[in-house]
Design a protein around this ligand. Structure first.
Ligand code: ATP
Length: 671
């Protein structure tokens, strides 16, 4: 789809983040597919924003009631904004498996082996000291020659040092593998999630607020990027260390088991009790963060309107309300962490006290054993504390992976490219046939087009008119398969649009939408984002779009910066840039979706004249609010409630004084 313009003016800070991500993807792949995906995503995001404006009040009401439903009701069909889901129960194992797959299974195994080797070496190092002290020659140093004593000492010391160095190397290996793999896995999750979002159908954007997407791509990705690797590393090291310490204790002083086993049981019970609440708090905290992002982005994009209506304080209050709701769960999660910290440390101290009392009371256990038991109990308590905290933090972090992975499994739009490809020069003529075409925006909603049946000849210019909500824009969305048919089909030059890939379909139809979208880049990049055309061709397009003089007068000409969303240009000029873009990417079918609604009469005239001259051979479908722009068209299609009620030459329609078109023309003062 050649998007000549779009809602860039409306897509500001919030949407720019998405577009920046899209940009990142473009830089990475530099492919047409990605560009088209990003453009369609931008269009969709824009459409979603418009719908959300409508629902702002509704969502505010629900927020002010502090409704914090965390699950989707059973029947969400047709519901506009779906509530954000918070999973329940333990984190699905498949989430972790997916993450390990993203890290690479061989690399993960190697990393864990390196850590196990480090711990093995550590255990052996402990035993090495025992061998050393137990050595008969060392024990009876007086029996041997001083030189031999020194040699033996160096032998033990050398091996001890070697074990230390090997531990350093294995730990370094673990760190290196873990961190490089983590970076890869996070990148993978981010890119796959983003790809899925960009390939999601319109209904996803209709039902998902931008803030929710932003939340996952900022906070959740940040947790996976930063906190999760740190916790994972600490937990693996401490877990292995704990295991190693327990092994050493079992081998050296089996008596300590009397303390260690009950202690492990108590800790496991604590973890089992604490983790579900910690995990759920984290989930709800994440879910309640999205409305903050949402409100913030809407406030920024509507700042001028909010100020002009003197509603600044109302919006600030609303922001605080949402922040408070989120803080409740954030605070509760943190307090929970504090509680578990105090609890396990107190428990550890109690265990130490019990061991000390046991030593004082018992008469048949020697002092050395009690001393050892105390030392090991102390070591284990420290390791357990770290492990318990690590496990709970890990569970909380895994919630972020879970949330991001949800976006990796979104149902996509139809195939981008299909095996059944249309001829390269399709559509050769530009005939369009609607066969009993019906469509709706989502399952559970009413049909917005119900039984469109018509044939549009090649080269015909058709004006599409109708009252607000009649289904005019839906018709253009149907042509691009942004919404899919519920019944019937659209056939373009003998090919049913649903039988070919979206990419092939969308690139063969040109649209000049109502809102001009420009990117913060040079004039040249805005006209030819993929660098397919020569400067001469671009200047020619600018000339046809009546922008040549303007571009010539710029110091850097084609390389002049247009500013954020084309801010350096007037709306009319932006529209002309979009027209020039349309002229460069000319196809046999042109859609004009109220393309001149935002420009003055003079620019409107310029655009109309250029379109008539440059697209003389093409089939043109033009949605028009200003009826005068389509009065000279071949035929007028009048839509009402999703059906064609009149379809004839303008003069014929004007003869029917009871017809809708006549009434509209009368209202517009044209008859
Ligand atoms: N994203 C959407 N989700 C659900 N319903 C939608 C969506 N967009 C439009 N509709 C509904 O589809 C119907 C037709 O809308 P459409 O935008 O096609 O009308 P239109 O004739 O282009 O109106 P206008 O002249 O105001 O642009 C309306 O009832 C509208 O509420």
């Amino acid at each position: 789809m050649h998007l000549s313009s779009d809602g860039a003016s409306a897509i500001n800070s919030t949407k720019h983040s998405s577009i920046m991500s899209v940009g990142k993807l473009l830089v990475k792949h530099g492919s047409l597919i990605d560009l088209e995906r990003s453009l369609s995503a931008a269009v969709m995001i824009k459409a979603t924003m418009a719908m959300r404006e409508r629902n702002l009040r509704e969502s505010k009401a629900s927020m002010s009631k502090k409704s914090l439903k965390t699950s989707i009701p059973d029947s969400t069909e047709g519901q506009l904004i779906k509530e954000e889901t918070a999973q329940e129960g333990s984190v699905n194992l498949s989430v972790l498996i997916e993450f390990i797959k993203a890290m690479g299974i061989p690399a993960t195994i190697m990393g864990l082996l390196a850590l196990a080797a480090q711990q093995g070496l550590n255990i052996y190092q402990n035993f090495w000291i025992t061998f050393w002290t137990e050595d008969i020659y060392i024990k009876n140093a007086t029996l041997i020659h001083t030189q031999s004593y020194t040699d033996i000492t160096f032998y033990y010391l050398g091996i001890y040092a070697l074990l230390g160095v090997l531990q350093g190397i294995t730990l370094f290996l673990f760190g290196m593998i873990a961190f490089t793999r983590f970076v890869k896995a996070t990148g993978d999750i981010h890119d796959r999630g983003l790809n899925c979002i960009l390939r999601s159908p319109m209904s996803f954007f209709d039902t998902t607020p931008v803030g929710r997407i932003m939340n996952r791509f900022s906070s959740d990705i940040d947790v996976i990027d930063d906190r999760f690797p740190r916790t994972f590393r600490m937990l693996s090291i401490m877990g292995f260390m704990l295991f190693g310490t327990i092994v050493v204790i079992i081998v050296t002083t089996p008596v300590s088991m009397a303390v260690i086993i009950p202690m492990l049981i108590v800790y496991i019970v604590i973890i089992k009790l604490y983790l579900p609440s910690a995990r759920q708090l984290k989930r709800i905290e994440s879910v309640t963060r999205s409305p903050i992002y949402n409100h913030f982005s809407e406030t920024i994009s509507g700042a001028s309107i909010i100020r002009s209506y003197r509603s600044v304080n109302r919006f600030i209050d609303e922001f605080y309300t949402r922040l408070d709701i989120n803080s409740c769960f954030y605070y509760a999660a943190n307090t929970g962490m504090g509680w578990i910290g105090i609890f396990i440390e107190s428990l550890g101290n109690l265990i130490l006290l019990a061991v000390a009392l046991f030593g004082i009371i018992s008469t048949d256990v020697n002092g050395g054993d009690i001393g050892l038991a105390l030392t090991y109990a102390f070591q284990i308590i420290i390791a357990m504390n770290i492990v318990v905290r690590g496990v709970s933090e890990m569970q909380m972090n895994v919630v972020s992976i879970e949330r991001c992975e949800e976006y990796m499994h979104l149902p996509p739009e139809a195939d981008w490219i299909q095996r059944n490809k249309p001829p390269i020069d399709w559509p050769q003529k530009g005939t369009i046939k609607f066969c009993n075409y019906k469509t709706r925006y989502r399952m559970g909603l009413e049909l917005v087009l119900s039984g469109i049946d018509c044939f549009i000849e090649n080269g015909e210019r058709v004006g599409i008119v109708g009252r607000t909500g009649a289904g005019k824009s839906s018709l253009t969305q149907a042509l691009f398969r942004i919404i899919e048919p519920a019944e019937g089909s659209i056939v373009i030059d003998g090919i049913t649009t649903t039988t070919i890939g979206l990419h092939e379909l969308r690139r063969k139809i040109t649209i000049l939408p109502q809102d001009p979208v420009l990117f913060s880049d040079t004039l040249r990049v805005n006209l030819d984002p993929l660098g397919q055309f020569t400067d001469t061709e671009i200047w020619k397009a600018l000339e046809c779009a009546h922008l040549k003089d303007f571009a010539m007068n710029q110091t850097k000409q084609l390389m002049s910066e247009l500013g954020e969303g084309g801010n350096n240009l007037s709306i009319g000029q932006r529209q002309l840039v979009c027209l020039a873009r349309t002229l460069l990417h000319k196809t046999n079918i042109l859609l004009l979706d109220e393309a001149t609604a935002a420009v003055d009469m003079e620019t409107d005239d310029l655009i109309q004249r250029t379109i008539s001259e440059e697209f003389a051979e093409c089939t043109i479908l033009s949605i028009a609010h200003r009826l005068n722009t389509v009065m000279d068209y071949d035929r007028i299609m009048v839509l009402d409630k999703g059906t064609i009620v009149e379809f004839d030459a303008p003069d014929n329609l004007l003869r029917n004084k009871d017809g809708i078109f006549y009434l509209m023309a009368h209202d517009a003062g044209l008859v």
